[in-house]
Design a protein around this ligand. Sequence first.
Ligand code: BDR
Ligand code: CA
Length: 317
Amino acid sequence: KKLLLVDLDCGVDDAQALMSALAAPGIEILGITCCHGNTTLDNVTCWPRHILYCSTATLDNAFLQIPVYKGASAPLLGYGHSIHASNYHGKDGLGDVPDLSAPGLENVQKEHAVLAMLRLVSLVATGPLTNLALAVNMEPSFPQKLKSLFIMGGNMESRGNVTACGEFNFTCDPEAAYIVLNAYGCPTYIATWEFTFKNYLSWAFHDKWINQETRKAEFMRKICAHAAEFTEKCSDTEEDWTKGFVSCDSYAMAAAVDESCVTGAINCAVSVELAGTLTRGMMVLDITGKLEKKNKAFVITKFDMEKFERFMMAALK
Ligand code: BDR
Ligand code: CA
């Protein structure tokens, strides 16, 4: 079995990514570490158990035993400037569904997320990189010991979704993204904002996906309604990301579950702009090698979309 640790900031697409991974054959999720991001850390921490519960066929299913760890509540340079994304994900991070009360915090562990992370596996990060940066600072050899790292975040063509040039996860904590991308030592795959929205799934797929007659699909319909409404509101702007169904975090998760989903990538060193007044948080691709960095990442450019559709569809079966 492939062992994965998932670091997330629930998030509707974080939930989509997690549910797909839970349904994928040959995958064991060793733990879920939580980070501030789409909503507060407290909100983020209460959702995984609900998602595990909804993904489970019976109450004694092993999914409910998956441990959840609480991590960083603010970016590294705190300042009290946490950015949340309630416009898309709702104030509670999961669509503000009225009758969706989280089924408790039973599997939230005492151990801190960062300490759990130092136990060496493949890691998928679908939120701001604060927990990972803290892990690098605590144990500099952490990135070399990891088997592989899959990140949803950053941008490859200076397009942002939270600032003009900044993608949400990197802009939430630019220093953390900088530390992680400048320290990595294991194969690192990055699904950027532009890559995800250019490889959207069709609305026809979305409707078929969400209208399956299962408990999981019913849960998904509820948590997606707020995001769908926001996307609809934005659709007259004709922005690219409104043209189809974009489940950003699911691309990083699909790549972690099955690397053959990645059919094209730019292999280059990457870094993050920290000082720019307009560009803080922007990912920089060093295509010409001027940064003279040894480590290179795989910035994903192409995906096997048929495999991806199968991966997504299975999540709600
Ligand atoms: C990222 O930002 C968050 O709102 C999503 O969950 C995703 O991880 C996309 O930029
Ligand atoms: Ca996320």
